[in-house]
Design a protein around this ligand. Structure first.
Ligand code: GDG
Length: 467
């Protein structure tokens, strides 16, 4: 295999594992294989066009970063990526802002990325592009003559064709995916939405074995559910900070059962619905009063996008009213923090909790569900209450699966989780751990890269349509 080149909107120093999710998963692969990681520096400057690419060596990995101008950042990142693609791909057409200027900014930044990346590439590089910010990147690289193998992985869901079709220019977006050799999704559901879309809207031909022909190209597509590094989570749980956190929480809550939620403060995570379900538990099951405490960490995220401040206010007001209505002098039902907690502390917090509430309205995968299970004490494990609308629900069948829109149904599941006997908790935990170990982050990287190595797209006849 040639050198691995990872491209994502944000990049992180692979020597530091402070960030979560995607950054940690990618740092893993790059640290193991060496290679190049290309992306936005996180800096907004007056003029990005003539700026050089900033290169930094991070151990075995070379980091290459470009700055963005304010105009580009506003249209590409805030506008199209987070104002159109994020809400629509999470089925929230009501929150999308289809400003016509955004798509040109989106395309301009993808072209900028392609122009800055192309000179850094070697002919035998394998290029792995990540997420919704960069859907047209391969098409722009191909337009510059790059023939390397290029794979794309979508970390967020792909909605059904009729929802996707609400985006002006949806056909352009999906056609751009055909410039890749391999297109990967989180779940079978997302993959099947892709197949349905290209069959009905683009009259793609099914070539078998996950291969599809359209726009004079044959590409490979499949589901590659992302996993976590189970060993890393075990090590963090056993490390001094993890243990200290666990012991502190156990001491502090020795008379109570802890429930935990850890999410970026995002409208896709179903936080208000979760609070309402917890309030329903307190209302319906008096035994939960004074004995169950929900710790909700909502780490700040995309605060410059307006839909996020609405969700913040809704959540704050719900937490305030639950505590106001049910709290006692010596017990508050909800501990809500709008802050990021150090990664080293999360496993201890998870292990000290009897129940995790992972109830997104829609989620590509959801790594918190997996991290919670990986942190548990095998002898006395906690219970995962998981939304059926998280990609993780396809794999984690032994969790208590809920419909987060159904407040009463979710409340019943929370109560069941709080009361579940240890034997049943162990059976569920063991089954979940088996899946987590088998489909961990290494499996995800290896299976995607192996498929990419085999999946060279065929171009037939006339050159495929350029954007
Ligand atoms: C996208 C997709 C997909 C959260 N709060 C804190 C914190 N976190 C960490 C978690 C976890 C990560 O951030 C969040 O990952 P998720 O998977 O839950 O969600 P997204 O951020 O929306 O990620 C998602 C993922 O990409 C990967 O493909 O699963 O569906 O939306 O690792 O632990 N970490 C720390 N403090 C916090 O307060 N340190």
């Amino acid at each position: 295999m040639g050198r691995l080149v990872v491209v994502s909107n944000r990049i992180a120093d692979p020597r530091k594992t402070a960030a979560g999710g995607l950054a940690v998963a990618l740092a893993e692969v790059l640290n193991n294989t060496g290679g190049l990681w290309f992306g936005w520096s996180g800096k907004i400057v007056d003029h990005s066009e003539d700026d050089d690419v900033h290169i930094q060596q991070a151990g075995p990995v070379k980091l290459a970063m470009v700055d963005l101008s304010k105009v580009d950042h506003d249209a590409f990142y805030l506008g199209y990526s987070n104002g159109v693609l994020w809400p629509v791909f999470h089925y929230r057409l009501d929150l999308a802002d289809f400003d016509a200027g955004y798509i040109t900014g989106y395309r301009r930044v993808n072209q900028l990325f392609a122009r800055k990346l192309a000179p850094l590439l070697r002919s035998d590089d394998i290029i792995w592009v990540h997420d919704y910010h960069l859907i047209p990147l391969a098409a722009e690289l191909r337009a510059l003559g790059c023939n390397q193998r290029i794979g794309f992985f979508l970390h967020i869901p792909l909605p059904p064709p009729l929802i996707l079709a609400a985006i002006p220019g949806h056909d352009w977006l999906i056609r751009a995916l055909f410039a890749y050799d391999l297109v990967g999704f989180q779940s079978k559901a997302d993959h099947s939405h892709f197949c349905e879309y290209i069959e009905t809207e683009a009259h793609a031909q099914d070539m078998g074995d996950g291969r599809w022909r359209a726009f004079n190209r044959t590409v490979q597509a499949g589901a590659f559910p992302i996993g976590i590094d189970v060993a890393e989570f075990n090590a963090l749980t056993e490390a001094p900070e993890g243990r200290e956190m666990y012991e502190r929480m156990r001491r502090e809550y020795s008379r109570r059962k802890l429930l935990v939620g850890v999410d970026r403060l995002d409208y896709s995570k179903g936080l208000p619905q979760r609070m309402r379900a917890f309030r329903e538990v307190l209302q319906r099951y008096p035994e939960a009063r004074n004995s169950a405490t929900l710790i909700q960490i909502a780490s700040p995220s995309r605060e410059d996008v307006s839909a996020y401040s609405d969700i913040l206010h809704e959540l704050e007001s719900l937490c305030g009213s639950i505590n106001g209505n049910f709290g006692e002098l010596d017990w508050m039902p909800v501990r809500y923090m709008h802050r990021t907690v150090a990664r080293a502390r999360l496993p201890g917090l998870f292990r000290a909790s009897r129940v995790a509430l992972v109830t997104p309205l829609r989620d590509g995968m959801n790594l918190v569900a997996k991290e919670f299970i990986a942190s548990q004490d095998p002898e006395n494990p906690g219970v995962l209450v998981l939304s059926r609308f998280a990609g993780a629900a396809e794999q984690m069948r032994e969790a208590l699966l809920v419909n987060p829109y159904d407040i009463e149904g979710t409340a019943s599941a929370i109560q069941l989780a709080l009361q579940m006997p240890v034997e049943e908790r162990r059976v569920r935990y063991e089954a979940l751990m088996k899946t987590l170990r088998r489909f961990d982050v290494h499996w995800w990287c290896d299976s995607f890269l192996e498929s990419l190595a085999k999946a060279k797209a065929e171009e037939t006849g006339t050159p495929w349509l350029r954007l």
